[in-house]
Design a protein around this ligand. Sequence first.
Ligand code: AG3
Length: 587
Amino acid sequence: MGLVKKGKDLWFFEDLYTDATYGFKVSKVIVPETDTGFQKLMILETDRFGRVLILDGIVQLTEEDEGIYHEWIAHWPLFSLRKPAQHVLIIGGGDCGVAREVLRHKTVKRVTMVEIDRRVCDLTRQHMPSVCAGVYEDPRFKLIIGDGAEVIRQMKGKCDVIVIDSTDPIGPAQSLFNTDFYQSVYDALTDGGITIHQTGALILQPFEAPGSWRQIERSFDDVRVVQFANVSYMGGPFSLTAGSKGRGVFNNSERNALRAYKKAGFKTAWYSPRISAVPYPEFQKRLETDKYGEEIVMDIDLPAGSAPGAAQVADWATRTCEAIKMKAFGKPIYADAKLGDGSTLVQYVETSAINYRRYGRMAALNCFTCAALPVEDAIRTSVDFFKSGKARCWHLPRGSFADIKKIRRNTRIFEYNRVGSRTSPVFQPRLVDSAMVFSRAFPFFKEKGSEEFELVMDIYNCEYDKIASSPTVARWAGVEFPKMTGLKIIGKADAPDFGHAKKKTAGPSVVQLLKGGSNISHYSVNWLLLVVNVVVNREFDLEKAIRRTMKYFKGKYAVCWLLPRGNTGQLLKKVADNTFVFAVEGK
Ligand code: AG3
């Protein structure tokens, strides 16, 4: 919306969200919206907040409350350190508010600020001089106009604190919110050093802090979320996410801060060492433990001549729910031999779904929950129920933000034997390049030793509008996916949104029965994640299926597994050799 006339008055309304905004009355336009070559810049004067800096329609600071943000983002890392910082690097921060606060620390010998947009420096210096008070005159301060992501690569091991004072991850700051950049930040720190990045409003930008957390976690030894609230950044709690080089740096941060603050010889208006160490422990705890969920996939030999009917399989579902302590949601969905060429049953549970499918003498089972799963109980119940001696199992972490190597390590392939509840040696799947999977030479379909297989996909960073609506996801499952793969559907896609137990996994679920299999998917609108399981007995073009699905949901990254299912004859090792895991980058 930007500037809007309301009667005689001029108002400004922020353009960050499409469904919520805030605004204020403007007394004077100081710098009309100007394209700097990087972004659109505007400076307004208001009675209420003093002068306000706006970039690309988003409020960056107001003279009235800039102290809250700048104090927290500068003093939290500086006071948390084991020993006083000497060299501080600021990425972004062209208005110099962060530099001003950093320079109050007398121990700091050098502050380097890398700002990509010279006009931000010049125009704020000219029109908001109170923000950069004293910075340009301080001989310890050095300004580099350039791309922070580039400059930082030449700074290996040189900085005690790196403050990333960027705009949101849209526009010029986009390259500052990714794994490669965070790795170069880690490399630029000294041992025991800390970085901190603004990561958005916790409630209005629910994916931002968790997303940055996951990425920082990949390179850094410990991660903390720091929280404050101000007027300028609409939406209540606002987050800064910090990472340390070296373990345990944050454990003593409160003690360090109390001591260093006393010694520092200056007072702050907003920052306090007393509330600085774990300012938001519950949110922190959630991030430390969260992955979307986990799944146990089982192939179980049925006794000769056994072909369980609908009622019996429904009974399996009920018992499994009891065993894994999950409430069933609604009635099971069932397809029998008249519809397909096997029997398929899907039962939604409060946190996802469990399902059964029979291929000849094999029961192919999946138990998927987006909460902790009592894996052993699920296996034992199923093996007992079908009066079988053993189960061949794949245990998959789902929607995990770990890197692909770790996901491979956390994927376990093993055999469970009823006698003495023994498990076999545990194997891992083969980690391969997606180019290999998509090439003609890929051996999976030739060598898997079974007719059936399963494609499991976790697709990250999808577009909210695409995954939040039941009709849209049902259309993918019932129309688009069959088109991409040539798979034939049975009946209609069932797409309820039964409100998963936890907020982070809330979103619709879909079951589409297929001729010879099923396609089951769940959508987390909070994490912009979708998880899919396709079990089927007909080959299809994997590249087309995966890439077009990513495109449909505008997903940026996918972790996929291929499992040979219903495999009777082969040794476990061979099954593991024919199980693949791979990552796919969006185009
Ligand atoms: N940089 C952080 C602005 C964040 C605005 N985003 C938001 N409201 N979600 C501010 C620069 C101040 N030096």
